[in-house]
Design a protein around this ligand. Structure first.
Ligand SMILES: [Zn+2]
Length: 104
Protein backbone atom coordinates (compact mmCIF):
# COMPACT_ATOMS: atom_id res chain seq x y z
CA UNK A 1 0.00 0.00 0.00
CA UNK A 2 2.79 2.37 0.90
CA UNK A 3 4.49 1.54 -2.36
CA UNK A 4 1.31 2.43 -4.26
CA UNK A 5 1.07 5.83 -2.58
CA UNK A 6 4.67 6.61 -3.36
CA UNK A 7 4.10 5.77 -6.97
CA UNK A 8 0.99 7.90 -7.18
CA UNK A 9 2.43 11.05 -5.63
CA UNK A 10 4.24 12.35 -8.75
CA UNK A 11 1.10 11.79 -10.80
CA UNK A 12 -1.00 13.67 -8.28
CA UNK A 13 1.50 16.51 -8.20
CA UNK A 14 1.34 16.65 -11.97
CA UNK A 15 -2.43 17.02 -11.97
CA UNK A 16 -2.39 19.58 -9.19
CA UNK A 17 0.08 21.63 -11.22
CA UNK A 18 -1.99 21.16 -14.34
CA UNK A 19 -5.21 22.39 -12.76
CA UNK A 20 -3.97 24.99 -10.33
CA UNK A 21 -0.68 26.16 -11.73
CA UNK A 22 2.24 27.18 -9.60
CA UNK A 23 1.27 28.83 -6.30
CA UNK A 24 3.11 32.07 -7.08
CA UNK A 25 0.88 32.56 -10.11
CA UNK A 26 -1.97 33.21 -7.72
CA UNK A 27 -0.13 35.85 -5.76
CA UNK A 28 1.22 37.94 -8.59
CA UNK A 29 -0.43 38.59 -11.88
CA UNK A 30 1.87 38.09 -14.79
CA UNK A 31 1.83 41.20 -16.90
CA UNK A 32 4.19 42.29 -19.61
CA UNK A 33 5.60 45.82 -19.79
CA UNK A 34 2.91 47.13 -22.16
CA UNK A 35 0.11 45.80 -19.96
CA UNK A 36 1.73 47.28 -16.87
CA UNK A 37 2.10 50.68 -18.55
CA UNK A 38 -1.54 50.55 -19.68
CA UNK A 39 -2.64 49.75 -16.15
CA UNK A 40 -0.60 52.63 -14.69
CA UNK A 41 -2.25 55.00 -17.20
CA UNK A 42 -5.66 53.58 -16.32
CA UNK A 43 -5.07 54.10 -12.61
CA UNK A 44 -3.81 57.63 -13.23
CA UNK A 45 -6.85 58.54 -15.30
CA UNK A 46 -9.45 56.84 -13.13
CA UNK A 47 -11.72 59.14 -11.20
CA UNK A 48 -13.99 56.51 -9.69
CA UNK A 49 -13.39 52.89 -8.79
CA UNK A 50 -15.06 49.99 -7.03
CA UNK A 51 -14.05 48.71 -3.61
CA UNK A 52 -12.20 45.68 -4.99
CA UNK A 53 -9.97 47.72 -7.28
CA UNK A 54 -9.52 50.32 -4.59
CA UNK A 55 -8.19 47.78 -2.13
CA UNK A 56 -6.08 46.10 -4.79
CA UNK A 57 -4.27 49.22 -5.99
CA UNK A 58 -4.70 51.78 -3.26
CA UNK A 59 -4.95 52.27 0.46
CA UNK A 60 -8.29 53.14 1.96
CA UNK A 61 -7.73 56.43 3.69
CA UNK A 62 -11.12 57.62 4.91
CA UNK A 63 -13.48 56.34 7.55
CA UNK A 64 -16.47 56.23 5.29
CA UNK A 65 -17.03 57.35 1.77
CA UNK A 66 -20.16 57.84 -0.26
CA UNK A 67 -20.69 55.17 -2.87
CA UNK A 68 -23.06 55.04 -5.77
CA UNK A 69 -23.73 52.55 -8.55
CA UNK A 70 -21.55 53.30 -11.49
CA UNK A 71 -18.94 51.91 -13.83
CA UNK A 72 -15.60 51.24 -12.21
CA UNK A 73 -12.93 52.83 -14.40
CA UNK A 74 -10.40 50.16 -13.52
CA UNK A 75 -12.23 46.84 -13.98
CA UNK A 76 -15.01 48.39 -16.15
CA UNK A 77 -17.84 46.66 -14.30
CA UNK A 78 -21.07 48.10 -12.95
CA UNK A 79 -20.54 48.17 -9.19
CA UNK A 80 -20.85 50.47 -6.19
CA UNK A 81 -18.09 52.97 -6.88
CA UNK A 82 -16.41 55.77 -5.02
CA UNK A 83 -13.79 58.40 -5.79
CA UNK A 84 -10.22 57.18 -6.22
CA UNK A 85 -9.27 59.98 -3.81
CA UNK A 86 -10.55 57.72 -1.00
CA UNK A 87 -7.85 55.20 -1.94
CA UNK A 88 -5.03 57.73 -2.08
CA UNK A 89 -5.38 58.00 -5.87
CA UNK A 90 -3.79 54.52 -6.19
CA UNK A 91 -0.41 55.99 -5.30
CA UNK A 92 0.78 52.76 -3.64
CA UNK A 93 -0.35 50.57 -6.52
CA UNK A 94 1.21 52.82 -9.12
CA UNK A 95 4.49 52.93 -7.19
CA UNK A 96 4.57 49.11 -7.09
CA UNK A 97 3.81 48.88 -10.80
CA UNK A 98 6.47 51.43 -11.71
CA UNK A 99 9.00 49.52 -9.60
CA UNK A 100 8.14 46.28 -11.38
CA UNK A 101 8.72 48.05 -14.70
CA UNK A 102 12.23 49.05 -13.61
CA UNK A 103 13.01 45.50 -12.47
CA UNK A 104 12.05 43.85 -15.75
ZN1 LIG B 1 -13.21 47.80 -10.16
Amino acid sequence: MQFMLLKLTPVRTFFVKLFFGKPEQFATKTMNQTETKKLIKKLEDAYVCCKDCGFEWGVYSVGCSSTWIGICQVCVKEKPVTETRDYGYFMTGMRKLKLSLKKS
